[in-house]
Design a protein around this ligand. Structure first.
Ligand SMILES: [Zn+2]
Length: 684
């Protein structure tokens, strides 16, 4: 079946809406052919690697497949569309993921892709259900006294609404039907079916809250007093995580998630944690109950929750929770069926492996006598012994990577050397649920190096090394010219030494972006590396690299309005930090300007001071000696930032007023860079 990529639709709203100064670090789409132009078959050397992988482990893994199918109630069909009719999610697009692994996919990754393909509504335990495969994450539903407690709301409004509607359709009115029919006139309860009685956000990543407004409107949540529960720090992290670095992260996320790849055996098959990310409207509900203590018990719609805060593990604000009366435990995203990321390839601050391992260790107590652990990605684990094993193996994987990397650093090894050397012990490798489908041992080891030692490996030659293009030109000259370099790279390719081929060709393509034969051979090398990779994220990175070598980086023009619901909740300070970091200092030279920004709707003003090529901003009374004072509303400000309002609107809108020098104000805005988020990665 021909897969449809949501990015093909011009009207689709994308998460990676790159804007003047902000962008969300999830994914970027670009035009692509389907199947990818020039995609080759797997070479014999790749097929040999696959055969060895299949031999080394029992990939039939009946226990995981049984867990992933356990409690199945119903599977969805067709597509989820937005209000304009654009496809947000296509349930059939991964229908090709079935049967034996094709030669172009690592068989271990294929096992994961098959497991993540078990989509639908599932019963986890009495009074607990999960909707899986409507987005990258799961929506968990817990039966409360008066309605459904929704744990996490997926990435986009459309997929969240569809997931809840699907569950309601199959769960029926339930024991709370009295309350349900009383609340039946409200938007949060459809046709007398179970109303939403609480919303719980497990952590501050967007795939767990972005679809909140598809579950219940802010007005209804307020009117009915529906509690919205989140870990301490949730709001700050959720609204600001990607504002400052979003443009670059969004561009790089396109590599990791492979959103511009065709969905077929030579393209996107999985992303390790789930099938794909949904591209729809993103919003947020402000929490009404923040869990601030390390351990805190709350009764939510009659259900006893014991929350445990685990900040700084998988997310800066996150909790897990026990449901002691239901003998169940929610592991949020601190637990999953893959080695997770200590460093995420889209680019982010590295995570603390020791902290993560220590929370997992504590979880062995927190789970109590739970008979099931369910997480916000993938399938649950049942049985006390298996739960213990599931947690222990994850704990020990992170701790092993941490401790052994530190040991090697103290013995003088550098990041690439640790990555090349470090291997989990066989007993951990054999536990397929901690294999590297999303994070990998290799890139997590380098994360530990970075966490403690930073970018410098202490070798003087690397202190001030030549930048890529300069080095590339000299290496090409050393090789005796591009043709000779390519001949050597071809030999490496033919021998299955794709890493060396890519290393050589990188110099040729950097030295001369027009060298098409070198770019094509590098694309072919990346392709084989992608086919070989066990990690979905590595596969996607290589295959997107290959695609961009053939087709170029994505063009501009990503829609931006999808984020406005969420950005409305982001403090002005976060945008001003991003604005300061978009100042083109070279252009600014010795310009000195003082601008007042007065937000008439929220009663807030900020003074912006430009001098010495630096923009300082501070909240406070407008300065009397400012060059200009711009009075505006926050929605208008957001329109400016997301590019939906420009200079003309600024001058003509009834939401704005300018006092002082319009010329100075125009000059100020002209000094801010407008990063398109389409910068080249595999070329220069
Ligand atoms: Zn997640």
């Amino acid at each position: 079946m021909q897969a449809q990529n949501p990015c093909d639709s011009a009207s689709t709203t994308l998460l990676a809406a790159c804007t003047t100064v902000l962008c969300l670090g999830l994914a970027a789409c670009s035009p692509r052919s389907n199947p990818p132009a020039g995609a080759a078959d797997a070479t014999p050397s790749v097929q040999q690697v696959h055969a060895a992988v299949a031999q080394a482990a029992d990939l039939s893994d009946p226990a995981s497949f049984a867990d992933a199918r356990r409690g199945f109630i119903a599977a969805p069909k067709g597509q989820i569309k937005d209000a304009a009719g654009a496809v947000i999610w296509d349930f059939d697009s991964f229908a090709f993921v079935t049967g034996a692994a094709p030669p172009t996919v690592n068989p271990s990754l294929w096992r994961q892709a098959l497991l993540n393909n078990q989509v639908g509504l599932f019963k986890v335990a009495e009074g607990i259900w999960q909707v899986r495969g409507f987005d990258i994450a799961n929506m968990t539903l817990i039966e409360g006294k008066t309605g459904l407690i929704v744990v996490d709301t997926l990435t986009s409004r459309e997929t969240a609404a569809a997931a809840l509607a699907f569950a309601r359709q199959h769960l029926g009115p339930g024991p709370g039907s009295q309350a349900g029919s009383q609340a039946g006139s409200q938007a949060g309860s459809q046709g007398g079916q179970r109303p939403v009685s609480a919303v719980v956000f497990t952590h501050s990543h967007i795939d767990h809250f972005g679809g909140a407004l598809g579950v219940i409107s802010a007005q209804e949540a307020k009117a009915r007093g529906v509690p919205v529960v989140a870990p301490v720090g949730f709001m700050e992290e959720a609204t600001s995580e990607n504002v400052l670095m979003g443009t670059a992260m969004g561009r790089r996320a396109g590599y990791m998630y492979g959103s511009a790849l065709a969905r077929n055996a030579k393209g996107l098959v999985d992303i390790g944690l789930g099938k794909a990310v949904a591209y729809g409207q993103v919003g947020l509900l402000e929490p009404t109950v923040l869990v601030g203590k390390p351990m805190q018990e709350l009764s939510i719609d009659g259900v006893r929750f014991i929350f445990y805060n685990v900040p700084g593990s998988e997310a800066p604000a996150e909790f897990v929770f026990a449901l002691p009366d239901l003998k169940a435990f929610g592991g949020a995203e601190m637990m999953s069926h893959t080695l997770h990321n200590l460093y995420t390839l889209r680019g982010a601050k590295v995570r603390d492996a020791l902290k993560w391992a220590s929370y997992l260790d504590a979880s062995l107590q927190w789970v109590g006598d739970a008979e099931v652990v369910f997480n916000q990605h993938q399938w649950p684990v049942w049985g006390r012994e298996r739960i213990r094993d599931f947690i222990v193996k994850q704990r020990d994987s992170y701790k092993f990577i941490h401790d052994q990397t530190v040991r090697m650093i103290n013995n003088g090894l550098t990041g690439p050397e640790v990555a090349e050397t470090l291997q989990l012990p066989k007993v951990l490798q054999d536990h397929l649920n901690t294999r590297g489908y999303y994070g990998t041992v290799k890139h997590n080891a380098r994360a530990v190096y970075q966490f403690y030692m930073g970018w410098y490996d202490a070798h003087p030659a690397n202190l001030d090394a030549l930048p890529p293009v300069e080095a590339g030109k000299r290496y090409v000259a050393l090789a005796g010219g591009a043709d000779k370099l390519q001949a050597t790279a071809q030999k490496a390719f033919d021998a299955g030494d794709f890493r060396w081929a890519a290393e050589l060709l990188k110099h040729a393509v950097y030295a001369d972006a027009k060298n098409k034969p070198a770019a094509e051979l590098m694309a072919r090398s990346f392709e084989q590396m992608g086919y070989m990779a066990e990690a979905a994220t590595w596969r996607n990175v290589y295959l997107v690299g290959a695609q961009e070598l053939r087709q170029g980086p994505p063009d501009k023009g990503l829609p931006k309005a999808a984020l406005l619901d969420m950005l409305g909740q982001t403090p002005i300070e976060r945008f001003l930090e991003a604005m300061a970091a978009s100042l083109n200092a070279q252009k600014a030279g010795d310009t000195r300007l003082r601008i007042n920004l007065v937000f008439s709707d929220i009663g807030e003003s900020h003074v912006l001071d430009l001098a010495n090529g630096v923009l300082h901003t501070r909240k406070g009374m407008p300065a009397a000696d400012a060059n200009a004072t711009l009075t505006l509303t926050k929605p208008f400000f957001l329109q400016m930032l997301t590019g939906t309002a420009g200079a003309k609107e600024l001058l003509l809108s009834d939401q704005t007023r300018i006092e002082g020098s319009k010329l100075d104000l125009a000059k100020f805005f002209s000094l801010l860079d407008k990063a398109s988020g389409t910068f080249p990665i595999v070329t220069r």
